[in-house]
Design a protein around this ligand. Sequence first.
Ligand code: B1M
Length: 232
Amino acid sequence: MADDDIILADLSDEELVQQMHDDLYDGLKEEIEEGTNILLERGWAPYDILTQALVEGMRIVGVDFRDGILFVPEVLLSANAMKAGMFILRPLLAATGAPKQGKMVIGTVKGDIHDIGKNLVGMMMEGAGFDVVDLGINNPVENYLEAIEREQPDILGMSALLTTTMPYMKVVIDTMKEKGLRDDYVVLVGGAPLNEEFGKAVGADAYCRDAAVAVETAKEFMKRKHNMLAGA
Ligand code: B1M
């Protein structure tokens, strides 16, 4: 139950989504799980729950974090609550029966421990038919190189949420170039502080604004790859 007075199941959809924003703000993991399950029972699509209840809730947390109203320990609780909701939705998003598209290795760059956005991208990519190998957070260039050698993916994805860590993407791409590996993979980058220009400047194939764009971009590159192979 959200608190002593509120019974989540009694709320209308709109009120419940609003309440979930509040519960995410307050880091109430069990309430987020309950709210997610109620919306699923009411026939909501997992993607809509993800975007309207969870991602929007985290956007509000981000604003107050920026403004010094919320601090790291509180935001950590919000992140844990969000992850609990995502944990419920993950198998549902993955089980779309989409035809196999290809393989992606994805990880957050060195110095950066933000992983919610990366996880979301991974979930959506799985749902779109990609095999996803998740390297987790704080990845030095060696981790990416080992993983692409081992996994032979079609796509390498990198995530960064800090202006201080996003330049590390260039370190990874430059090292790939030095080793003659760059052209063997599609490199997609994303994260809140990035933009299109930055993606070009570091030598990525594309910047992806959000998880839905990442999926569309990845599919587009796979189509091009297949067309090239067919024409070869
Ligand atoms: Co951090 N944090 N944080 N934080 N945090 C931000 C990023 C910040 C913008 C908050 C703020 O001030 N407004 C700010 C960065 C400022 C800057 O660099 N300009 C910041 C800061 C400063 C910090 C610390 C330095 C705070 C401190 O210690 N004083 C610290 C750094 C730790 C470190 O990494 N070394 C820190 C710590 C944390 C927590 C641990 C408390 C927690 C992370 C928990 C976790 O991830 N497990 C946290 C959180 C939660 C945030 C905010 C509030 C939310 C991030 C998030 O999960 N968003 C964030 C504020 C904000 O972003 N506005 C903030 C939801 C998620 C769905 O969106 O991650 O953007 P996002 O992902 C999107 C797209 O960006 C894109 O698709 C995703 C889904 O649509 N995308 C990709 C992301 N990765 C992609 C990869 C791709 C493609 C698309 O590959 C192909």
